[in-house]
Structures are given as C-alpha cells and as structure tokens.
Design a protein around this ligand. Structure first.
Ligand SMILES: Cc1cc2nc3c(=O)[nH]c(=O)nc-3n(C[C@H](O)[C@H](O)[C@H](O)COP(=O)(O)OP(=O)(O)OC[C@H]3O[C@@H](n4cnc5c(N)ncnc54)[C@H](O)[C@@H]3O)c2cc1C
Length: 487
C-alpha cells in the first residue's frame, strides 16, 4: 500500500489544493497533517489575531477532512522530527506540500526537501497560493519588477494561462496506524475571550465561509467595486484577505468566480468592477513577488536612501496610535475597527500608516508589528509592502511628498460620517461639520454633544501642519544627502 503525507500550511482547504490532489491521485492512503512550529516561521509566524483565525480554520479543515474519510493529525514542531516520526509510524513513502514564499519557509522547506529525498522519499511541492510563481513574471531583461503597472500588464497577458481551479477529492483513505497527535485546543491559539468574541462577530472562518464571502461580494458589490471600494463605511470590498492568507480559497478560484460574474446578464455593466478586483488580487501577487526577490524588505527599506531618515522614538505617540486615541477621528476610528474586528478598511490602513510614519515620524516597522499582531489577515508580504508604500520607501511607493491630510481623506471617503459614528461613539452626537475635526468645534457645540476634549476624547497628539513640514524637510535632506553621496 502506498501512503502519502499531505503537510498543510497556508492551504487550509480541500478544493484546488495541488498537494492534496496529488496525494489523492497517486496514493492508496493519505495522512493529512498540520505541524505547529511558529518558531520556524520567522517574521511570518502568526500574531494574536491570526492565531485566532488559525484555530478556527484548522477546526474547519479537520471537519472537512473527516467527512471525506481522512482525519487531520495535528503535531508540534520541530517539523523535521515530527515528519520523521509520522513517516516511521505510517510507513509513508511520499510527502506533498504547497509552497509558502516567505524567507523562513523557503529556507526550512529546502532543507526538509533534501533531507527526505536523501532518504529515498518522494517529496513534491506545488503552488496553491499564487496565480504565478514569483520567478515566472520578469522584466524583458529577466529582473524582478519594482513597479506595479508593467507588472500588472504582463500578468494580464498571462491570466489566460492560469490553470483552472481543481475540484476537491471526494473520498480519501487513511492508513490503519494513524498516530493520535495533539488536540487543537492544546495549541492554545485562542486569545482572551473578549478579544476573540469581537473577531468572531466580524468573521466566519473556513473554506465554506470563504466561498460564501466571495459569492456575497460577487452578488452584491463587485459591479460597483471600482467606485465604492474606497468608501470606509461601505461593504464595498470582498473581505477575502484572511481567507486568502490562510489558503481557505485560492486566488485562482477568486479570479475564476469574478470572471464568471461578467457572464451574468444582471452584471453586464460590471466589467470595470471585475477588472479592478482582479487587479487587487494581482497587487497581492506583486507583494509576494517583491518579498520573494527582496526578502530583506521585511526589516529594511527597498529604497536604501531611507536608512538615513531620522525616525522618532515616541512611545506615547505609538501607544496613542495603537489604542485609537490620537485625537484624529479617522485614524482613531480605523485603529478601533482594527482592534475590535481584526480588520481595517484599505483606505483607512493607508491613512493611519501615513499618520504614523509621516506625522508622528515613527518607524514603519513599529506600525507593521502592531498590524501583524492585530490583523486577522496579517501577511508578511502584503503587510511589508503596504507599510513600505505608506512610508514612501518601497516599490511603487507613494512619493515622499504625498502626506495624507487625514481630515481631507475623511471628508472624501467618509462623506456621510457613518464610519466615524460607528467606531467613535463618543463623538456620534457632534454635527457633521465638526465630527472629522472636533478640535475646531466651538465649546458650546462640544458641550451639547457631550464631548470634552482631553477627557472623553483626546486633543490631537500631533500638529498636522508642523509635522508635515518636518517630514518634508527630513525627506528633502535625505534626498540631498543621497545625491551628494560618493558614487
Ligand atoms: C499599511 C498596510 C498594511 C496592509 N497589510 C496587509 C496584510 O497584512 N494582509 C493583507 O492581506 N493585506 C494588507 N494590506 C492590503 C489591503 O489593505 C488588504 O488586503 C485589504 O484591505 C483586505 O480587504 P479585502 O479582502 O476586503 O480587500 P479587497 O479590496 O476585496 O481586495 C481583494 C484582495 O486583494 C488583495 N489586496 C487588495 N489590496 C491589496 C494591497 N494593497 N496589497 C496586497 N494585497 C491586496 C487582498 O488579498 C484582498 O483580499 C495592507 C495595506 C496597507 C496600506
């Protein structure tokens, strides 16, 4: 009897899973395993909110695997030892997994591959998480892209060659001698009850929930995605990011379903919305492309001139930012949405990141670390890319002189003040004219709305104009210093 191990990592689904499909087609018996080894995952090891998601995703995967006849075994790392024991216990002759393109995974997985191949095992890895391998898309001279638009153009020409998403296996057989492994609860992935409750109220986890989220988005929002996706209070985006990160759904599936929406007679005018959505999926690809080719960007700026920028050490400012107590309503609303639900609207992510890096002058790494711990979709590639973009030091970065004015952004992207009122109830009674900038309201207006600045809502922790000027001066200095530097 030929037995194969399928090692699940960021591919927590049955459908369109190349490793599982290979095992189902080549082996008589399959051993699905998840190995908890965060110490081997480097900067991509899950933070608090991601651990919550992981717990529920593993539970969902275990149920789905059980249903088709092959229970999930959960083990603890070190991975090498756990896989070795599992091979010995089950008599497996093959191991299949899907690639994770983060630096720590690449290094560890390469070692495991050669180790087990040297033992005579068949070891194969597949691509479950990207449309294109990061090395497949390259400039004419064979170098990686650093600018999105030409990358996108090339991806567009390749979309037709992306393999069709594959169906899930209907039935799997287990070997007779399966080890029992550890219980999911023993991994202690869940946070304190109150935090977990907020995340649970915001998200359903698992492969089925991922498809429901995609179907809902295609039904209700994709047609207007190009025009509505920036409005913070609207349910105008897919909220697929955590499902994609944990591989509960593949980008191939997301793109296929989005493309098929164009065929629906009621969505005949949806082509721009569909194309914009696919472009966002390709932004995700671009982030992975960059992390693969520039792994140092997890901690270092892609644009090395930014090493000379004088970052501020401001513990009080950082704490106020993390807690949503900066006194700048759109920023505080975003940071509260993040903490209470594990997710923040993309437009608001850009606004809060700009305030941290440019007005508070705090290093983007601090913001990235807080996001990594509190986002359910925390993803090393997308988070690193997003933060370097906001700080102006990455690929396709917002130019150094683009410093978001949070009040103008709020006026534009929360015109009905719904987002602010939802996340900052203490300001809800303020009239529209002042709610984005309560510091400009007359005392009588504040009093009538029950707002006392400095007491139940903070005064702004930064002077936006003065800190904007400081940031511009620092960037100008950095640019001048780098153009004078010896070649
Ligand atoms: C500072 C900062 C940090 C970020 N950190 C993360 C992160 O850790 N994980 C993460 O998945 N996204 C991150 N993003 C990107 C983006 O904000 C989220 O992907 C998006 O808000 C998720 O919501 P959605 O699924 O409804 O997105 P939709 O608008 O429905 O987009 C569809 C999918 O496209 C991908 N996508 C969209 N925008 C981007 C982008 N700018 N970069 C990469 N992928 C994108 C996501 O997978 C998303 O699920 C960050 C952005 C910024 C500015």
């Amino acid at each position: 009897m030929r037995t194969a191990i399928v090692w699940f990592r960021r591919d927590l689904r049955l459908a369109d899973n190349p490793a599982l499909r290979l095992a189902a087609s080549l082996a008589d018996a399959v051993v699905p395993v998840y190995i908890h080894a965060p110490e081997e995952e480097g900067a991509g090891a899950p933070g608090g909110a991601s651990r919550w998601w992981l717990h529920h995703s593993l539970r969902s995967l275990a149920t789905d695997l059980q249903r088709i006849g092959s229970p999930l075994t959960i083990l603890r790392g070190p991975t090498l030892n756990s896989l070795q024991r599992l091979i010995d216990q089950t008599g497996s002759t093959a191991i299949y997994w899907n690639r994770v393109y983060e630096p720590a995974f690449i290094e560890r997985d390469a070692k495991l591959k050669s180790h087990f191949r040297e033992q005579g095992l068949e070891v194969q890895s597949g691509n479950a998480s990207l449309l294109f391998e990061p090395w497949e898309v390259a400039t004419g001279s064979g170098t990686p892209y650093r600018v999105f638009t030409p990358y996108w153009r090339q991806c567009q020409t390749r979309l037709g060659s992306v393999p069709k998403a594959a169906a899930p296996p209907k039935k799997l057989a287990s070997p007779p001698n399966l080890p029992s492994g550890v219980a999911l609860d023993d991994l202690a992935l869940l946070p304190t009850r109150s935090w977990g409750d907020g995340l649970a109220a915001a998200f359903q986890v698992g492969e089925k929930a991922a498809h429901q989220a995609l179907d809902r988005f295609v039904e209700d929002a994709i047609a207007d995605y190009d025009t509505r996706r920036d409005f913070a209070a609207e349910p105008g985006t897919s909220r697929l990011s955590a499902h994609l990160h944990f591989g509960e759904i593949s980008p191939r599936q997301a793109v296929e379903v989005a493309q098929s929406a164009a065929l629906h007679p009621q969505r005949s005018g949806a082509s721009l919305g569909i194309e914009t959505f696919i472009k966002e999926i390709v932004w995700r690809e671009f982030a992975h492309h960059l992390l693969f080719h520039y792994p140092q960007t997890v901690s270092e700026p892609l644009d090395v001139r930014f090493n000379a920028l004088p970052w501020q050490v401001d513990d009080a400012g950082l704490k106020a930012w993390c807690r949503g107590l900066t006194g700048i309503p759109i920023v505080d609303a975003g940071m509260r949405q993040l903490y209470q639900t594990g997710w923040m609207h993309n437009r608001v992510r850009m606004i809060v990141a700009s305030l941290l890096c440019k007005n508070l002058g705090i290093h983007w790494r601090e913001g990235a670390a807080w996001f990594h711990d509190t986002l359910v979709d925390a993803d090393l590639a997308a988070n690193t890319f997003g933060w370097q973009w906001a700080a102006g030091c990455g690929a396709d970065a917002a130019p150094y002189y683009r410093i978001f004015n949070p009040t103008l952004q709020a006026e534009r992207f929360d015109p009905k003040r719904l987002y602010i009122r939802q996340w900052l109830p203490e300001l809800a009674a303020l009239p529209d004219a002042y709610i984005h900038q309560p510091v400009t309201a007359p005392l009588s207006v504040l009093r009538a709305a029950g707002v006392t600045l400095g007491k139940n809502y903070p005064s702004p922790v930064v002077d936006l104009k003065a800190t904007r000027d400081r940031a511009l001066a620092a960037y100008a200095h950095m640019r001048a210093a780098s153009s004078n530097a010896p070649a």
